[in-house]
Design a protein around this ligand. Structure first.
Ligand code: AMP
Ligand code: MG
Length: 506
């Protein structure tokens, strides 16, 4: 087998230094593999098997002194994994490889803040392989922060404890809130320092995902005009995520429709929770419909449609209220890649794709309205519901997003959340007239008491970086039961916390 798959070799042709690195990295995969009795992770690596030429095979960096910081037993149980702490520490830090792992870095491209990068790829992640849960569901097991790859560009391939624990925490919160998301199995400190603005302890996150196929994966091959590889990728994606569609009249078009459906529902869920992803680049949009890549994301406290946390999002491209717009923009980029597969007649292919794209705004609006009906406890459908929901948005500007919904039924508790309660006071009787009595139970399940509040997250990560995991553990317990009222985790940041900024390059 050639070291560099053919379709990638041409991209690295101008970087002989990278290609030269591939040989030792490749061999390390074998040196690291443990021999011995059959272990508890059984891999079935379909991506590596079925899609040669879409990845580079190379081993993670071995962590010099791994120490397990957090292990997700709930998730391990769901996946049917039984591991002792020592195995988990070694395998989920890259210190050694579980038998059957076939570590690869996946190629992908992407629009970052609107500008196209034809080659991104896993610059600090290694897909160990896929496992089948007891219910037959297939999951990727990926190490993140596990060393440089030919896709690293200027980066060090590493990650610090703080951002990896942050992904663990926020993705677990999303899972507990019922939002489709990648999950986190473990964070292991590597015993190695990484340099950011300052020296920080390094860590590796083990991410579990329905797959790591992104809009950007399709863009990588579309941009190269590699129709054969694009077709192989689409066939693979359909077989993996939408096997029923293999029998559709036009499987590619049906697949686009299915991805639109998943993403529309996902972004509606984010909006309902006041979640701001922060980097909705096309490489961070998963075909599976899971939330992926928790970088500068955060939950909004005071409602403002233009809220942005990311330090690098100067234009507000990924601001709260712009997320549904970017949803459509990103899906249009996916549709463009699929056009050659939709119909041999390009005009017809574009027409078919366009009619799906034209429907996105309406589909999103419907998904949002359905979600708002749940959050407001509105039974059935009424012609006035859209106006009721829209007017709430206007009335609650500035008030804490999470608590406003959580306390909607108790005006005395609601009032202190508002600087000016006038508009809300006018809105409440309209809502009560619509709901009548007895909506509380349903609403409680749609309106969490606890979200990961930014000041709590920061405090937990700061303590963890300094070696104290107790605040992280306490916050994790709270966010795992978001509908349970835990006073200490429900309150907005004290004003001294100031306006929150999150950072990329994490
Ligand atoms: P992200 O912003 O995390 O979605 O990453 C965008 C691109 O940058 C991907 O190709 C990542 O693999 C790469 N990247 C991010 N951080 C690093 C790092 N520390 N070292 C190497 N590559 C990185
Ligand atoms: Mg990414």
């Amino acid at each position: 087998m050639s070291v560099v798959p053919k379709s990638l070799a041409k991209d690295f042709g101008h970087r002989p230094d990278l290609v030269a690195h591939l040989a030792p990295w490749q061999s390390r995969a074998h040196i690291g593999a443990e021999k011995g009795p059959p272990m508890t992770i059984v891999f079935d690596n379909s991506y590596a098997r079925d899609l040669p030429g879409t990845y580079l095979r190379l081993a993670p960096d071995p962590a010099p002194n791994p120490r397990l910081l957090v292990f997700n037993q709930q998730l391990a149980d769901r996946l049917g994994l039984t591991l002792d702490g020592e195995q988990a520490t070694r395998w989920f830090s890259g210190a050694s490889l579980p038998p059957g792992a076939d570590p690869i870095a996946q190629a992908y491209a992407g629009h970052q803040f609107g500008g196209f990068s034809p080659q991104l790829g896993d610059g600090r992640a290694h897909l160990l392989g896929e496992i089948l849960a007891p219910d037959g569901q297939r999951f990727d097991l990926q190490l993140k922060g596990s060393g440089r790859t030919p896709f690293s560009r200027g980066g060090d391939g590493k990650a610090a404890i703080g951002p990896m624990l942050r992904e663990y925490l926020i993705s677990e919160a999303m899972a507990a809130l019922g939002v489709p998301t990648t999950r986190s199995l473990a964070v292991v400190a590597t015993g190695e320092d990484v340099w950011r603005d300052t020296k920080l302890p390094g860590a590796v996150l083990t991410r579990v995902a329905a797959s790591h196929l992104r809009v950007g994966t399709f863009q990588f091959f579309a941009a190269r005009g590699d129709k054969a590889q694009l077709k192989a990728l689409a066939d693979y994606a359909i077989a993996r995520h939408d096997p029923d569609l293999l029998r559709a009249t036009n499987p590619t078009l049906a697949f686009l429709d299915a991805v639109i459906d998943r993403q529309v529902r996902l972004i509606a869920e984010w909006m309902g929770l006041g979640f701001i992803h922060g980097v909705m680049n096309t490489d961070n949009m998963a075909i599976s419909g899971e939330t992926i890549d928790y970088g500068p994301c955060a939950f909004m406290e005071g409602y403002g449609p233009g809220t942005v946390f990311s330090s690098i999002d100067h234009q507000g491209r990924y601001a709260y209220a712009n997320q549904p717009v970017i949803l459509g923009w990103n899906l249009a980029r996916l549709a463009e890649t699929l056009v050659p597969l939709i119909d041999p007649d390009p005009d017809r292919a574009v027409d078919l794709a366009s009619s799906l794209l034209d429907g996105i705004a309406g589909r999103y609006r419907n998904a949002w309205l359905a979600l708002m009906r749940r959050k407001l406890g509105l039974a059935g459908e009424d012609a006035g519901d859209a106006a009721l929901a829209d007017d709430l948005m206007t009335a609650m500007v500035g008030a804490d997003w999470t608590l406003t919904f959580h306390r909607l039924g108790t005006p005395a508790a609601l009032r202190p959340l508002f600087e000016d309660f006038t508009a809300m006071e006018a809105w409440l009787p309209r809502w009560r007239a619509r709901t009548g009595e007895g909506t509380g139970g349903h609403m409680a399940k749609a309106n969490p008491a606890v979200i990961p509040r930014n000041h709590e997250v920061e405090a937990a990560l700061t303590a963890a970086t300094a070696g104290d995991m107790a605040p992280f553990e306490a916050l994790l317990t709270a966010i795992r039961e978001p509908f349970v009222e835990r006073e200490a985790f429900m309150l907005p940041a004290p004003s001294a916390f100031g306006s929150y900024v999150t950072y990329c390059g994490t």
